[in-house]
Ligand binder design. Structure first.
Ligand code: PHE
Length: 446
């Protein structure tokens, strides 16, 4: 592998992986999922899933990528050839690449809305900013044309970066922008805690209320853990292919996971104090939650509109650095397989994803009443990808690395001490796949 296909340094890989992990999933999705799923019970299961399922699976993905040094599909193929395993393992990568494309189709719609909020400046002197905010969102959601416009803008930028090449396109930009985003979210959280109801927020988020634990809450928390960590579909595996040879996976994974979880929790602390302080806002708002809430917080802040613009710029960048990693596995695969130019592949893929995205756009308006088994196009796609495709992908990744790869290889790559290694193996072989299976069974037969 040539040098231009390796991240410049260990920290570039960490930032790129964190760039993939930290995105709308943390700042937009986590708070609304917590809000619609009963608060602390969801948070608790989510944290558990991050630790016992997410951590070992993320490490396994990086390991496979680093070993194969190719697109996820071909890295899986190489591993199965080298260790005399069945060739079926590569289909894990194929399903993942498709999951990425499907997720991107609706991710782009919400990222587009985040883009549009860079230009959403509330007029001064509003008597009821919350009402204004809710109406503003409803207006965007009701307009297919506006949504299509912003979805297109987002897809074009994503495709341009991926077409240019991941290392060149993102290595540099994430190193600068991710730290600014972290800092900003912390500042917003401090401000919200000062002006809003932080006590109620802390109880809502952290005081376990087991009565709220339902199969739906549990499977959604697991799906959210997969989605937020970008695991189960090969995104992190694709980035792992460019990791410097000497970088040890054990520590790296810890850092990425801590960063990702930290941003999600801080996003919750930034949003809920405002919601609890405001009778016109509801924790059950669903996907519109941050779009209705945060502008209200910014409104009451001196120079609020400037903060709001900066915040939505940062959020859009976080979304972009995740979107890139959703598109990369399919692109890298096609590039190896078809030998076409990267730019052409990305162009064709981009248009296909754009078209699928229309289905999610119409779920807000023209097709909002069209439902199959209670799902709109958008909520169905969201459920299928997060709650089924990613966990199934993760399940098999855990099986592959935990049961079929030589222990020595894993030991060398992780670079951790013996006792950590033991618990790691135990989790990877039994706990992670076992919990995924149990959660599936529980949600089906309940
Ligand atoms: N983790 C990203 C986010 O939180 C979304 C994502 C999912 C990216 C799966 C890549 C793979 O926004």
């Amino acid at each position: 592998m040539s040098n231009d296909k390796i991240w410049k340094s260990n920290s570039t890989f960490i930032l790129a992986a964190a760039g993939s992990a930290v995105g709308l999933g943390n700042i937009w999705k986590f708070p609304y999922m917590v809000g619609s799923n009963g608060g602390s019970a969801f948070v608790l299961v989510y944290l558990l899933c991050i630790l016992i399922i997410g951590l070992p699976i993320m490490a396994s993905e990086i390991l496979i990528g680093k070993y194969g040094r190719k697109s996820p599909i071909n890295s899986l193929k190489k591993i199965s050839l080298d260790f005399n395993l069945k060739r079926h393992w590569k289909y894990l990568g194929v399903i993942g690449a498709f999951a990425g494309v499907l997720i991107l189709s609706y991710y782009s719609v919400f990222a587009g809305i985040a883009f549009s909020y860079m230009f959403n400046i509330f007029p001064p002197g509003l008597e009821n900013p919350s009402n204004y905010s809710t109406e503003y969102f409803s207006n965007i959601a009701a307009s297919p044309l506006k949504l299509i416009f912003w979805h297109s803008v987002f897809m074009i930028i994503t495709c341009m970066i991926v077409g240019y090449g991941v290392i060149k396109g993102i290595g540099r930009s994430v190193s600068l922008l991710m730290p600014i985003l972290f800092l900003f979210i912390v500042l917003v959280a401090i401000y919200s805690s000062l002006i809003g109801d932080i006590n109620k927020t802390m109880i809502f988020l952290f005081n376990p209320d087991f009565s709220a634990l339902t199969p739906k809450v549990i499977i959604s928390a697991m799906g959210q853990a997969f989605f937020s960590l970008s695991i189960g579909m090969g995104a992190i595996m694709a980035y792992g292919a460019y990791i410097p040879e000497k970088q040890l996976i054990g520590k790296t994974v810890f850092l990425i996971i801590i960063l990702d979880t930290f941003v999600a929790l801080i996003a919750g602390i930034a949003i809920f104090p405002i919601v609890f302080n405001n009778v016109d806002l509801s924790i059950n708002a669903g996907p519109s939650l941050i779009f209705e809430t945060l502008p209200v917080a910014f409104y009451s802040l001196p120079y609020g509109s400037i903060f709001s613009i900066i915040f939505f710029i940062l959020l859009s960048i976080a979304a972009l650095s995740s979107a890139i990693s959703l598109l990369e596995p399919f692109t890298a695969w096609m590039e190896e397989r078809l030998k076409f130019k990267r730019k052409i592949i990305v162009f064709v893929l981009g248009i296909s994803i754009w078209v699928i995205g229309l289905g999610s756009i119409f779920s807000f308006n023209l097709w909002s009443e069209v439902k199959i088994m209670g799902f709109t196009f958008l909520s169905g796609l969201d459920y299928l990808t997060n709650n089924i495709m990613l966990p199934v992908g993760g399940f098999f990744i855990a099986l592959l690395v935990g049961w079929y790869l030589p222990r020595n290889l894993i030991k060398k790559e992780l670079g951790t001490n013996e006792s950590y290694l033991k618990s790691f193996f135990f989790c990877l072989k039994y706990v992670s796949p076992g919990s995924i299976l149990l959660i599936f069974l529980y949600s089906i037969f309940q």
